[in-house]
Structure formats: structure tokens, C-alpha cells
Design a protein around this ligand. Structure first.
Ligand code: CAA
Length: 380
């Protein structure tokens, strides 16, 4: 077994780290306070190829492997987890899904600008009454000539107000249950398609999350991804990769928590010495480091399986389950190490906790990840 990263992977990691430190981290606190979308940063990330990292160059992507994607995602999320989720949705859910399941028409018209970062994508599966139980789609679409007509509502859509293209899952034949679900691409500005206000969230405040409303929205037949009745399978397949992205985001938050804790514990003094010299603090730092190493390894393993064309459903779920759990734990420990200073906005660590919590919720809650893992184990 070889744990060494390749030259290319190290280069991507370094490039992402330099960009994150120079361009993302300095303004992260302000953006969080103002709940401001990082428009300029996303534009620059697009120009550098980070919005379509795993898309092949044939469709204007960077052609990177999933391991490089994880490494870059960790660096960006370490600086600002909001940037992390914007990237994760565009790369893992939208671009990956379109390249793997889209027609040539879809790849040329929609994937190319998404991969170049000229357009932004969103993934609309969840609904007010269909979150974990994603088969219960109340949004419907019926065929009318060479178009489909969508009616319904989606919520918790990341990139909801900023996106240009939306992958929208809808029930097209209720009798066929999940085999009667279809996914469509809907362009912003299509008549009858509107979005709600940005949600006022606990964390990842500079990523925009909102509801989407569809009132007789007409979409051409060629905007169907994969085929009619494959929409649920499409969503499940893309979410596997999405979970690697969110696991990476969580690792990034945990690493940021540890780095802040190391820095602070070398500066802060108590009982006549830097608190880093107290075992109580050293044990916390050691525990955080072990958890982060484990989370990173399982996330990279899931990515490596994906790169090698092997099954990675269980490993992606394990990575998300574990990395999100330890991101919350590490952020909490970072606050504890900072004492009262950890509880105020002046220091970064309270944001890490607010940002970490959602990684246990979106793209499948921790409870859903356990179902995915257990089903795989019981399959025999
Ligand atoms: N990968 C590929 N296929 C899968 C799959 C997976 N992980 N999980 C299920 N499937 C397929 C099955 O093979 C089956 O296919 P066929 O019937 O064609 O053979 C089909 O899906 C149905 O499978 P199940 O009977 O297992 O489905 P279920 O109703 O029991 O649900 C579930 C399974 C795992 C609970 C699933 O509903 C699930 O993952 N729920 C969570 C949904 C989720 O993650 N939502 C987040 C939305 S995105 C978001 O968070 C917002 C954002 O913008 C970031």
C-alpha cells in the first residue's frame, strides 16, 4: 500500500493552499458576518479550473482525479467552508452528474460553461416533505408535446439564488414510485421559475441556500438527464460523490480547528507557562490530530476507489459520517482550548463550529449514512 501523493496531486494541493490563504481566508470573517456570497472568489476559482476539477478536458474541465479534488477541497474549506460547499455542489453533484449521465447535447450546452466556471450549478432534490426520504417527490412534471411542465417546490438548495442551471428532480409517473422520477435541467430565468429569500442559517453563511418554486415551468425534452424514470437513480449516484466532497469540507474545518488551537495554545499563558505545556491541552491536540488523520484517510480511500472504477458507496458514506462527526468535535475542542475567547466572534473558532454542524445534515444526514453503510454490510 502506497500512501504517497503523486507530483501532480501535491502540486494541486499546493496551488489550492496558496489560493486559499491569499484569496479566500482574508475575507472569510467579513463574508460570514455579512452572509455575502463570494462572487469574485468563485469567478477566479473558475478561471483556475477549480469549478470543474474532475471534468475531462474534452468538456473544458481540469481532468483531475478525485484524490486531487479531495486535497483541493480540504484547503478551500479550511479557509472558508462556505466556499467549500459551493465548490462541492458544482463539482460533485452538478458537473459529475452531467458528464456521467448527460447526453452530448447536455454536455456541450450545459457542462462546458459549468466546468469553466462561467456558469454555476445547483442540485434540487430536497422538498419540504421529502428530505431523507427522497423518493417522496411532490414536485411533478408532465409531458406536453416536446416539452415537460414542472410544478412544485424545492428547498435547502445550495447555490439557490446564485446558480444559472438547476438540476431538478420531479415525479413524472407516480405509479412507478422511484422509477417514475426524472431529473431535468432548468435554466434561471425560465418563465414560472422563481426562488425564495436566502435562508438565515447558523453557519456556512456566505453560501446561499433557498427554496425554489415552479409554476408551469416548461422545459424542453432534451433537458432530461439520463432518461425518463432514472431521476432517483441519478440523484443517488451523484450523491455518492457529493458525500466525498462534504467529507473533504468537514476535514478542512477540522484541520482549521486544530491549526487555530495549536497557534493559540503556544501564545496563551496560564499557571506561568504557555497552555501548550499543559497535558490537558496536549491530550486535546493529540485527539484532534488522530481523528483528522483517520477522517482524511477514509475520505482519500473513497476518492481513490472512485478513481479506480471500484465501488465506493459505503466508503463515501463512512467518510462523510466520520469526517462530519469529528469536524464538530474538533471545533468544540478548539472553542474549549480558546476558553472565553473561543466563544466570541473576534476569534475564528466559533465559526468553525457553526460551519461544521451542517456537514452532519446535508447530502444525507449522519443517520442516512449509517443506513447506507448498514445496507451495504447486510447485502453479504
Ligand atoms: N448509490 C446508487 N444507487 C443507490 C444508492 C446509492 N447510494 N442508494 C440507493 N440507490 C438505488 C438503489 O440501487 C435502487 O435502485 P433500483 O430500484 O433501480 O434497483 C434505488 O436507488 C432505490 O433504493 P432504495 O430502495 O434503497 O431506496 P430508499 O427509498 O430505501 O432510500 C436512501 C435510500 C439511502 C435512504 C436514500 O433515500 C437517501 O440517500 N436519502 C438521503 C437523500 C439525500 O442525501 N438528500 C440530500 C439532498 S442534496 C442537499 O443536501 C442539498 C444541497 O444542495 C447540498
Amino acid at each position: 500500500m502506497n500512501f504517497d501523493l503523486t507530483e501532480d496531486q501535491l502540486m494541486i494541493q499546493q496551488a489550492a493552499r496558496e489560493f486559499a490563504e491569499a484569496e479566500i481566508a482574508p475575507s472569510a470573517v467579513e463574508r460570514d458576518k455579512k452572509a455575502e456570497f463570494p462572487t469574485e472568489i468563485i469567478k477566479k476559482l473558475g478561471e483556475l479550473g477549480f469549478m470543474g476539477m474532475m471534468v475531462s478536458p474534452e468538456f473544458d474541465g481540469a481532468g483531475l482525479d478525485a484524490v486531487s479534488y479531495v486535497l483541493a477541497m480540504i484547503e478551500f474549506s479550511k479557509a472558508d467552508a462556505s466556499v467549500g460547499v459551493i465548490l462541492s455542489v458544482n463539482n460533485s453533484l452538478v458537473c459529475y452528474g452531467l458528464e456521467k449521465f448527460g447526453s452530448d447535447f447536455i454536455k456541450n450546452k450545459y457542462l462546458r460553461p459549468l466546468a469553466k466556471g462561467e456558469k454555476l450549478g445547483a442540485f434540487a432534490l430536497s422538498e419540504p416533505e421529502a428530505g431523507s426520504d427522497a423518493t417522496q417527490q411532490a414536485t411533478t412534471a408532465f409531458k406536453d408535446g416536446d416539452h415537460w411542465v414542472i410544478n412544485g417546490m424545492k428547498n435547502w438548495t445550495t447555490n439557490g439564488t446564485s446558480a444559472d442551471y438547476y438540476l431538478v428532480v420531479a415525479q413524472t409517473d407516480k405509479e412507478k414510485a422511484h422509477h417514475g422520477i426524472t431529473t431535468f435541467i432548468v435554466e434561471k430565468g425560465t418563465e414560472g421559475f422563481t426562488h425564495g429569500a436566502k435562508e438565515d442559517k447558523l453557519g456556512i453563511k456566505s453560501s446561499d441556500t433557498c427554496s425554489l418554486m415552479f409554476e408551469n415551468v416548461r422545459v424542453p425534452e432534451e433537458n432530461i438527464i439520463w432518461e425518463v424514470g432514472k431521476g432517483f437513480n441519478f440523484a443517488m449516484n451523484t450523491l455518492n460523490g457529493g458525500r466525498i466532497g462534504i467529507a473533504s469540507q468537514a476535514v478542512g474545518i477540522a484541520e482549521a480547528s486544530l491549526e487555530a488551537s495549536i497557534k493559540y495554545s503556544k501564545q496563551r499563558k496560564s499557571f506561568g507557562t504557555e497552555i501548550a505545556n499543559h497535558q490537558a491541552i496536549q491530550f486535546k491536540l493529540a485527539d484532534m490530530a488522530v481523528k483528522i488523520e483517520n477522517a482524511k484517510l477514509i475520505t482519500l480511500k473513497a476518492a481513490s476507489l472512485k478513481d479506480n472504477g471500484k465501488k465506493y458507496v459505503k466508503e463515501a458514506a463512512m467518510a462523510k459520517l466520520y469526517a462530519s462527526k469529528i469536524a464538530v468535535e474538533c471545533a468544540l475542542e478548539a472553542i474549549q482550548i480558546h476558553g472565553g475567547y473561543g466563544y466570541v466572534r473576534e476569534y475564528l473558532v466559533e465559526r468553525y463550529l457553526r460551519d461544521a454542524k451542517v456537514t452532519e445534515i446535508y447530502e444525507g444526514t449522519s443517520e442516512i449514512q449509517k443506513i447506507v453503510i448498514a445496507r451495504d454490510l447486510l447485502k453479504g
